[in-house]
Design a protein around this ligand. Structure first.
Ligand SMILES: [Zn+2]
Length: 126
């Protein structure tokens, strides 16, 4: 009998993801949806996005050549970014991710606005 593992089990069952340095160019490519180059050659493919600690995001990436997993910590929202989200909300429009651009709507996660693409919390939803 085969049992399907959920993502958490898969992720925890293998070696822990290797932290990637929060390099500016890497983050820029990540926000714009461009290909991310693996430190080991090949590309990094996005496997999952999680909430990190204290409003940060965590992107789990897999190297296409080595199958090693990497984790990119996405820094938390700035005051300006939260302000922008608040203003969009006050205008009655659907807030979008200040980093991913106007195509990426934020989701509600509990009392917070959350970007499903970067895992960052962008302040409280009212
Ligand atoms: Zn985002």
């Amino acid at each position: 009998m085969t049992q399907e593992l959920d993502r958490d089990e898969v992720e925890d069952g293998v070696a822990p993801a290797i932290p990637l340095p929060a390099d500016k160019d890497l983050l820029k490519a990540f926000y714009s949806g461009h290909r991310l180059l693996s430190p080991l050659g090949g590309n990094l493919e996005l496997l999952a996005v999680r909430e990190g600690d204290d409003g940060t995001g965590r992107a789990i990436l897999e190297c296409s050549t080595s199958s090693l997993r990497f984790e990119l910590t996405v820094k938390k929202a700035t005051r300006t970014e939260k302000q922008r989200v608040r203003e969009a909300q006050a205008d009655g429009s659907d807030p979008t991710c200040p980093r991913h651009g106007s195509e990426q709507r934020l989701s509600r996660l509990g009392p917070h606005w959350f970007c499903p693409q970067c895992g960052v919390r962008y302040g409280r939803a009212s």
